[in-house]
Design a protein around this ligand. Structure first.
Ligand code: HSE
Length: 291
């Protein structure tokens, strides 16, 4: 039996819609695989009651199929589904890494990205690599067409997860079909700033570069209390705040010294609105680990 710990991820980072992603040190899914004549999946842990175990309906079933690697696959969910933290992507990335090793397929982590993304397509209706890429490769990733660029970095972040769910399908339904040129120009400038911030491990630049005038205003409207929590995080010292992935998780970047205050301010702001939440004080970290 092989075991993989696959980290949660945050995609988009505001200005990098469907392009940017980061691996988070916590939370994570644990995927265990054992050779079998046909694929069987069991799911335990956070939100497991909402995750189908039918291999034709589970992200990891699609991964096993793509790698021609039938297995008994146990998924222990540390990442709640529909959270904006790449829950299904972590399972897919973990399964891809584990099954590749179990069957000696010899594929590199980069080569596993499109295979894990096939699993994602099953859940969201479209194959996005912006969550599976950081879960496999770690750090900050830029997905551009078939190409993935990876940068190691260790920026402190807080992800505040309210007790609400937003499905990726619904969140994609509010993405505008087109954008004004001035908004595109502003967002490109921010994305470039953020990228430099990642390479320089600079939370100030990353936070400034997270602003997005195109997708985030539409997406944030789906999250009860977003504006108050956004404001509270900035007041507590966050350098940037945005929707994590498709939401409802909210991602804040900050200096390490402000992390506890930012987390407390976000939870308190949700609390004042009658919304229960929990905050992960974490960092951008490594990709999936094979044990
Ligand atoms: N970039 C994707 C989105 C991430 O925001 O819809 C979720 O797959």
């Amino acid at each position: 039996m092989l075991t993989v710990r696959a980290p949660a991820t945050s995609a988009n980072l505001g200005s990098g819609f469907d392009v940017f992603g980061v691996a988070l040190e916590t939370p994570a899914d644990v995927v265990r695989v054992e050779r079998a004549s046909e694929t069987r999946i069991t799911v335990t842990g956070a939100g497991s009651q909402y995750i189908p175990e039918d291999p034709n309906k589970n992200t990891v079933g699609a991964v096993a199929e793509a790698l021609d690697a039938p297995a008994h696959i146990e998924i222990d969910k540390g990442i709640r589904p529909s959270s904006g933290l790449g829950s299904s992507a972590a399972s897919a990335a973990g399964a891809a890494l584990a099954l590749n090793a179990l069957y000696d397929r010899g594929l590199s982590r980069t080569e596993l990205v499109p295979i894990a993304a096939e699993g994602e397509a099953l859940v969201s209706g479209e194959a996005h690599s912006d969550n599976v890429a950081p879960s496999l490769l770690g750090g900050f990733t830029i997905v551009s067409g078939d190409h993935v660029t990876q940068v190691d970095t260790s920026i402190p972040v807080v992800v505040c997860l309210p007790d609400q769910s937003v499905s990726t399908r619904d969140a994609r339904g509010v993405v505008p079909d087109s954008a004004a040129l001035e908004d595109v120009v502003e967002t490109v400038g921010n994305a470039a700033t953020l990228t430099v911030g990642m390479t320089q491990n600079d939370p100030e630049l990353v936070g400034r570069g997270m602003n997005d005038a195109i997708v985030t205003p539409k997406r944030s409207a789906l999250i009860d209390g977003y504006d108050r929590v956004h404001e509270a995080a900035l007041e507590a010292g966050a350098t940037g705040v945005t929707v994590s992935g498709a939401g409802p998780g909210i991602l804040a970047v900050c200096e390490e010294r402000d992390q506890r205050d930012v987390a407390g301010a976000m939870v308190d702001a949700f609390d004042a609105l009658g919304v229960t939440s929990r905050a992960y004080q974490t960092r951008i970290g490594d990709g999936a680990r094979l044990y």
